[in-house]
Ligand binder design. Structure first.
Ligand SMILES: Cc1ncc(COP(=O)(O)O)c(C=O)c1O
Length: 382
């Protein structure tokens, strides 16, 4: 057995999710996938791809037409400039992250990693043997820039992982934060920048990204995909954007990992892309309504919480609610309150003291869930 595998942990989110299944009639606010159906244009596109017999391997980088469409989309929507040749289509954002970390980092490297953060970062870095240097993105519900600076000062940092809009906090970059971050990154030209932008299409204000700075592009590896944007988590389509020499090296590892992303999904996404963008706006605006509702209710109940700027998660603090740790609180909330939320500790050390609520649920279901949380918190405080 590879000895590094022993250090890798099974996802805390999945572990909790497995527990949830044991409880009947519980409202689950745990899932990280949109509850919307696959947009019709993508569904029809995938069917068309099957009918056309697009079932063979594609070239391993992915079909040029879809890479061209993504390149155009990134430039038109977000002023991000990667040519079609600088894009690799992958089997979901997960493969994109796995390939990126395995290609970029050596055993013993130091990587600035957000905490709380998406568990794949920490665990894939463990698998690679790289050291994680955590920076806090939940201090008072903001990015703790001082912890980033401190990470750079105290270690020879090889890379930084950015994730905005963020899982699990819903935090996104404001224009000021983006500029501040740019100022820091300019000072460290040897640091590779991995920008996970999988939630970019679910932004409640203008999506701000470090990838728009052309003078950083030669060391940015942008990871993204369609799981959230087109509500197609099961279809497995993601992508990596990067310049030479990274792109050639990333493509080698991608080749040996999966050969190519699923052919019918590549073609289906291409065929449905333009029309499905209308569905993206419908989903985004529905998520915004839910965000407003959940935020308002949590404040009413007495949680300290930052209003999310993107994605479909909210990360309230347990500080004024309970003395229990987040895991025990979530287990009791599940058993006694019949609501499942993910303990903040599932997202790393600095996630402790909060819980993640996903609002990928109808307003009615969210109303029910929040009423149960309110009743449970009342009892907890008695
Ligand atoms: C921040 C972040 N990055 C990447 C992924 C992986 O996405 P995919 O489902 O496309 O593998 C997720 C999934 O939840 C995520 O939250």
């Amino acid at each position: 057995m590879n000895k590094r595998v022993k250090n890798v942990e099974y996802s805390g989110i999945r572990k909790f999710f497995d527990q949830v299944k044991k409880y009947k009639d519980c409202v689950s606010l745990t899932v990280g996938q949109p509850d919307f159906k696959l947009p019709k244009p993508i569904e029809e596109g995938v069917m068309r791809a099957i009918k056309e017999g697009k079932t063979q391997y594609t070239i391993n980088q992915g079909i040029p037409e879809l890479r061209e469409r993504i390149s155009r989309y990134l430039e038109e929507e977000y002023s991000i400039k990667f040519s079609p040749d600088e894009i690799i289509l992958t089997a979901g954002g997960s493969e994109a992250l796995f390939v990126t970390f395995n290609t970029l980092f050596n055993e013993g490297d130091y990587v600035l990693t957000p905490s709380p953060g998406y568990p794949a970062y920490e665990n894939t870095l463990k698998f690679v043997g790289a050291n994680r240097v955590f920076y806090n993105i939940n201090k008072d519900g903001e990015i703790d820039f001082e912890s980033i600076e401190e990470g750079f000062r105290n270690n020879n940092i090889n890379g930084i992982i950015l994730c905005f809009p963020n899982n699990p906090t819903g935090l996104a970059l404001s224009k000021e934060d983006k500029e501040k971050l740019y100022g820091i990154l300019k000072k460290y030209p040897n640091c590779k920048i991995i920008s996970d932008e999988i939630y970019s299409s679910i932004s409640y204000g203008k999506f701000e990204t470090i990838s728009e700075y052309e003078d950083l592009l030669d060391r940015i590896i942008l990871v993204s995909g369609f799981s959230k944007m087109f509500s197609m988590t099961g279809l497995r389509l993601g992508f990596i954007c990067s310049k030479s020499p990274y792109k050639e090296e990333l493509n080698k590892i991608h080749l040996y990992a999966t050969s190519a992303a699923p052919s019918i999904v590549q073609y289906g996404t291409l065929y449905g892309f333009d029309e499905a963008l209308k569905d993206v706006e419908v989903m985004r605006s529905e998520f915004e309504k839910r965000r407003d509702f959940v935020y308002k209710r949590l404040v009413e109940i007495g949680f300290k919480v930052k209003k999310p700027m993107g994605a479909f998660y909210i990360f309230p603090s347990l500080e004024d609610i309970t003395t229990k740790n987040s895991y025990d609180f979530c287990v009791d909330l599940l058993k006694d309150g019949k609501v499942a939320c993910v303990p903040g500790s599932a997202f790393g050390e600095l996630g402790e003291g909060s819980l993640r609520i996903s609002y990928c649920n109808s307003i009615d279901e969210l109303k029910k869930g929040l009423l149960r949380i309110e009743n449970y918190v009342k009892k907890e405080r008695e």
